[in-house]
Design a protein around this ligand. Structure first.
Ligand code: BEZ
Length: 202
């Protein structure tokens, strides 16, 4: 299989962590991909009409895209484990959506800086994106620590990748302040081999 990959992407990192945690790292060849909606560059537009990474080419079917789809496929391929049965599944998928949504907002903030000319940027819009991240962080600290303390699942992987991206691109926002439980959980999770091996280079 071929995985369209960029080491800075938190969505790609979800897939890479899952591959490592399920012993499938050797099952994929990484294909470097970069670009923006304005200049797609080497993004996989033929494999994913949305031109987004990750995208996964398979020998026996059409390419898969969206980290949620790819992670579920690869987990099934390895015999499951990172998706508990219902009813806990619904909590796990909601946690995954929370992590992915934090990534969406944090990546949009970066793109606003990177792609939009300075005189057309809207600071209120950027702060609105950060408000989404901050509310999600507060929800994680306030309501999710018990779930986070349980066995590793795809929701935890998504949240840890989102927090790693905040450190990588938004370190000055100090997300740990006032969230000691989440900070302690993240310190433990980021120490796993799968996270250490996939940390974006600063
Ligand atoms: C980044 O450079 O922050 C980035 C790269 C690819 C996807 C998302 C974010």
């Amino acid at each position: 299989m071929r995985l369209y990959h960029n080491p800075a992407s938190p969505y790609v990192r979800k897939v890479m962590v899952l591959l490592a945690e399920t012993g499938q790292a050797d099952a994929v060849t990484l294909v470097p991909a970069s670009g923006t909606p304005v200049a797609p560059g080497s993004l996989p537009v033929a494999q994913n009409p949305l031109g987004k990474i990750p995208a996964l080419e398979r020998p026996d079917g059409p390419a898969l895209y969206d980290s949620r789809v790819i992670c579920r496929f690869l987990s099934e391929r390895a015999g499951g484990g990172l998706y508990p049965p219902p009813p806990l599944l619904w909590e796990t998928l909601t946690l995954e959506a929370t992590g992915d949504g934090m990534m969406d907002a944090a990546v949009l903030m970066v793109y606003e800086d990177r792609v939009r000319p300075e005189d057309r940027r809207l600071p209120e819009w950027v702060e609105g994106q950060w408000s989404k991240v901050a509310r999600a962080l507060d929800a994680l600290e306030g309501r999710w620590l018990a779930h986070l303390a349980g066995p590793l699942d795809i929701g935890q992987i998504a949240v840890a990748c989102a927090l790693g991206y905040l450190d990588f691109r938004h370190g000055a926002r100090s997300w740990r302040e006032g969230r000691p439980g989440l900070a302690a959980w993240y310190a433990r999770t980021a120490g796993r081999d799968s996270f250490r091996a996939t940390a974006p280079a600063t």
